[in-house]
Design a protein around this ligand. Structure first.
Ligand code: C2E
Ligand code: MG
Ligand code: MG
Ligand code: MG
Length: 275
């Protein structure tokens, strides 16, 4: 019956494991065509200076507009892209889009504009031989490394080998900045944070969503901000949705905010209206 139903959206029975894996298989096949068919695009979400309200940064977030399923979340298709190796192509494509976009916005809006791109741990490990290409590409566009920041997650820092630190150093040498994404949800120790000299720490939205004066999350945010500043990092709060959250974060000394209060992730065209 599942086959007969084909791609129809409604199932009046509990999906079995087999249906789930069939659906995943279809998604995998669809993903192979998505880039060619231009179903993939990059959304940009502003990162706002909390004290001044200025927008000099944005995060690039990949989007897949599937012809029948609608918008598929990156949380769903990035893991598939990684299993199938398509992530290499996707990652390169995102980088080239972002380089072009940041070049444009630097010329027309602000000469220090910076866009951050997400790199999953698997992607980061495979980045080595591509770094030189990246830097060359930026140079061709007349861009300094600082126009890009790379967002990584805490798990990566646990890698005791020198591979991670070598790559982070290579980024630094090229002037690129690094951000620690979803901070507080993984495992990082103070010694790692000190060792790697990350530029930005992004407080995970879990800590931000229930912020209120005197709450435990408030105390945690305050402690994270103080710690990050001691280590020379700037702090970005993720998932800022209310004025109250913004005000509390600003009072706690947080540098930047990102979230629906300021804007949802937008098409490049819509983003330009924010300038
Ligand atoms: P992330 O890097 O932590 O991105 C932040 C996520 O929070 C985004 O979800 C964003 O749309 C969402 N968000 C922003 N503001 C708010 C808010 O105020 N409230 C709430 N509830 N959510 C907010 P999105 O776009 O679905 O992306 C999910 C994850 O997918 C990202 O988490 C990132 O880990 C991954 N991802 C996105 N684009 C890429 C990419 O190009 N490459 C890789 N490797 N991963 C990507
Ligand atoms: Mg991110
Ligand atoms: Mg995040
Ligand atoms: Mg996240």
């Amino acid at each position: 019956t599942a086959k007969k139903l084909g791609r129809s959206r409604f199932c009046y029975f509990t999906p079995t494991m087999q249906q789930a894996s069939e659906s995943r298989l279809r998604l995998t096949n669809d993903l192979r065509h998505a880039l060619i068919d231009q179903q993939i695009w990059v959304a940009y979400q502003p990162i706002v200076n909390l004290a001044t309200g200025e927008i000099r940064k944005a995060e690039a977030l990949i989007r897949w507009q599937h012809p029948t399923r609608g918008l598929v979340s990156p949380a769903e298709f990035i893991p598939i892209a990684e299993e199938t190796g398509l992530i290499t192509e996707l990652g390169a494509w995102v980088f080239h889009q972002v380089a072009e976009q940041v070049s444009n916005w630097r010329i027309h809006h602000h000469d220090q504009f910076q866009i951050s791109i997400n790199k999953s741990p698997a992607q980061f490990h495979n980045i080595g031989h591509k770094l030189a290409d990246w830097f060359e590409h930026l140079q061709r566009l007349g861009l300094p490394g600082g126009c890009i920041a790379v967002e990584i997650t805490e798990g990566l820092l646990l890698d005791a080998s020198s591979i991670v630190s070598d790559k982070l150093l290579a980024f630094k040498d090229a002037g690129m900045q690094t951000s620690l994404d979803d901070f507080g949800t993984g495992y990082s120790s103070l010694s790692y944070l000190k060792k790697y000299q990350i530029d930005f720490l992004k407080i995970d939205q879990n800590f931000v969503s229930n912020l209120s004066a005197g709450s435990t999350d408030m105390a945690l945010c305050e402690a994270i901000i103080v710690m990050a500043h001691v280590l020379g990092m700037k702090v970005i709060a993720e998932g800022v949705e209310t004025v109250e959250q913004r005000d509390l974060l600003l009072k706690a000394g947080c540098d930047y905010g990102q979230g629906y209060l300021f804007s949802k992730p937008l098409t490049a065209k819509a983003f330009e209206k924010l300038f």
